[in-house]
Design a binder for this molecule. Structure first.
Ligand code: HEC
Length: 113
């Protein structure tokens, strides 16, 4: 496990105390599934507004899955299994709660910077 991931994880554990359960579940999903590619973590989340995340996360994350499935970028390939899985659609609601919590216009500053 690299240093960055360890710091993300410890920050997650620390901040989770203040977050409600849904946001926490979404954060756990994000750390587990997204950070390996989107390495700036919560900072990446804060590059988009709620409205933008809403577009990605509508219909159980349909658009988010589409962006990755249709990407010509070969780095996106490793995400295909996840975006096709039931785990993704199942957790997409929590993920959305988390993305909203740290969106650019949420008023919440990312824990790591
Ligand atoms: C295996 C690597 C990988 C994983 C896992 C992954 N992504 Fe991506 N993601 C990419 C790549 C590569 C692109 C660029 C696609 C393109 O533009 O062709 C991308 C694009 C995006 C975009 C749109 C581009 C932008 O910045 O506006 C968003 C939003 C996004 N990812 C969010 C997520 C979220 C949230 C997760 C976790 C549920 C996730 N990604 C998991 C590799 C990944």
């Amino acid at each position: 496990m690299n240093k960055f991931l360890i710091s993300v994880l410890s920050i997650s554990i620390f901040t989770s105390i203040a977050l409600d359960a849904a946001v926490y579940k979404g954060q756990r999903e994000f750390v587990k599934k997204c950070v390996k590619c989107h390495k700036s973590g919560q900072v990446f989340v804060s590059t988009k507004k709620k409205r933008e995340w809403n577009v990605f996360m509508k219909n159980k994350g349909e658009k988010l899955a589409e962006v990755h499935m249709q990407s010509k970028n070969e780095d996106a390939e490793d995400s295909h299994e996840y975006f096709e899985s039931r785990g993704f659609t199942k957790n997409s609601k929590h993920l959305k709660d988390f993305l909203f919590e740290y969106a650019a216009d949420s008023g919440n500053v990312p824990a790591c910077n």
